[in-house]
Design a protein around this ligand. Structure first.
Ligand SMILES: Cc1cc2nc3c(=O)[nH]c(=O)nc-3n(C[C@H](O)[C@H](O)[C@H](O)COP(=O)(O)OP(=O)(O)OC[C@H]3O[C@@H](n4cnc5c(N)ncnc54)[C@H](O)[C@@H]3O)c2cc1C
Length: 405
């Protein structure tokens, strides 16, 4: 079974199922592992559902890769937050990635629903991008529509919604049975007693930076996200990846997840339905997370702060600084650490083009400036092959390979 022990300086003792003898295939268009690169329906220009939306044939002509009518429809609503041909390198922590056919930055649930409906109507692939800190986007860019949630999804509400606060107040005043039930629901602990008012409900938009949320929680004396200081990216990406470090992971604090289904309908999924695992969650295909409800425990604020300081110090001591990267490249195999295996394989410092296996932490690949996705992929291939030959372990990528290669 899995060792919980952390490699000094690793991202929390990352681990994966032991994949001995199970080499991965090469990445597919849209990503070998990105569940949200959902092809909404087969694309065939002659049978676009868009025709049913009343577009004349001439408007269904394709631009370079997308129907002009699709771009126009989305632009009419989002204006310059719909960007054809936008280079994705500027949206990824690796600073690598070719252009998206169309990058869109919706700011409201209505705009997002419009984008989902339009992509579905045209039968065009739709992919979600959060902070871009766990993806390697191919040099050929990404086909279809790439959605990155905008500022409208970057709000945090402390102590839950007004309705939740009200029901908690009613419960404390000992009112009628149904009010008490809703108060208990509002104050419900994830694993604790139903009336645990030490658990504070928080509503965080999917575009909130996880580190910002963690620091703001610590400033309020709330425990449960101290490990997250230094994990880049958004709450939505962290939920999808079940981000974690040093024994903590987002799953521990998740009450429920709000979002839009592939058909644009709003849904709220309870945390336990998401079957969180090591760096994964089981969101329905095509589900876009718009917000996450969390519960954090009140604690002694000095202790909370100390725990975050410790996590920060461990990270600073172990990880490379000043060069673009995407964190751990491979998951830790059962009972071992990908960084250790790559190091004993003698690959620290190995280069391909402008990419390099970090001297400081062998499970990081850094972009020394101008690296291509193909350079990083070449290093990943070498690491998988050499570690397999030396140790008989097939390393499974943690970073998601998406787009065209
Ligand atoms: C320096 C560094 C250190 C890191 N340390 C850690 C660490 O300690 N622990 C750890 O777990 N990770 C770590 N990472 C990896 C990365 O930061 C996390 O996996 C992070 O949670 C990814 O979030 P993101 O918003 O950047 O997601 P992205 O990389 O943009 O996307 C990741 C996946 O989430 C999906 N996704 C994004 N937003 C949504 C949404 N709103 N709805 C549905 N799906 C969505 C995407 O489609 C994609 O499949 C590190 C990365 C770096 C660069």
């Amino acid at each position: 079974m899995v060792s919980e022990a952390n490699e000094p300086g690793s991202e929390s003792g990352k681990r994966s199922d032991d994949r001995r003898g199970v080499p991965e295939g090469t990445p597919q268009e849209g990503g070998a592992s990105s569940h949200l690169a959902a092809r909404l329906s087969p694309r065939s220009p002659g049978s676009f559902a868009a025709a049913a939306m009343g577009y004349p044939d001439s408007l269904l002509a394709m631009s370079d890769a997308l129907p002009v009518a699709l771009i126009d429809t989305i632009r009419a609503r989002l204006g310059d937050r719909a960007r054809p041909g936008e280079p994705l390198a500027r949206y990824t922590s690796f600073r690598i990635g070719g252009p998206a056919d169309l990058l869109v930055l919706p700011d409201t649930a209505d705009e997002l629903a419009h984008v989902l409906a339009t992509a579905a109507a045209f039968g065009v692939r739709l992919t979600l991008l959060g902070g871009g800190s766990n993806v390697l986007v191919g040099d050929g860019g990404m086909r279809g529509v790439v959605v990155k949630l905008g500022r409208g999804f970057a709000r945090i509400t402390w102590n839950g919604t007004e309705a939740e606060r009200e029901s908690a107040r009613l419960g404390r005043r000992g009112l009628g049975a149904s009010e008490e039930r809703s108060a208990a629901r509002a104050a419900r602990a994830l694993d604790g007693p139903p009336d645990d008012l030490n658990l504070v409900p928080i509503h965080a938009g999917a575009a909130v930076q996880l580190g910002r949320l963690a620091r703001a929680a610590v400033a309020r004396g709330l425990a449960g996200l101290e490990y997250a200081e230094g994990i880049p990216g958004t709450v939505g990406g962290a939920l999808f990846m079940n981000a974690g470090a040093y024994g903590g992971e987002l799953a521990h604090a998740v009450e429920s997840v709000e979002g839009l289904g592939r058909d644009g309908r709003a849904l709220e999924l309870p945390g336990r339905a998401l079957v969180f695992g090591y760096r994964r969650s089981a969101l329905p295909p095509g589900f876009v997370v718009t917000a996450v409800r969390l519960r954090l425990r009140r604690d002694e604020s000095g202790q909370v702060r100390n725990r975050m300081d410790e996590a920060r110090a461990r990270r600073t001591a172990a990880q490379p600084h000043g060069k673009a990267n995407a964190g751990s490249i491979f998951k830790n195999p059962n009972g071992d650490h990908a960084g250790r295996l790559i190091e004993v394989a003698g690959l620290k410092g190995a280069r391909a083009g402008r990419a390099r296996i970090s001297e400081r932490h062998a499970n990081f690949i850094v972009n020394e400036g101008g690296a291509r996705a193909a350079d990083v992929k070449a290093l990943m291939d070498v690491a998988q092959r050499v570690v397999w030959e030396r140790s008989g372990v097939w390393l499974e990528p943690e970073v998601q390979l998406v787009g065209n290669w």
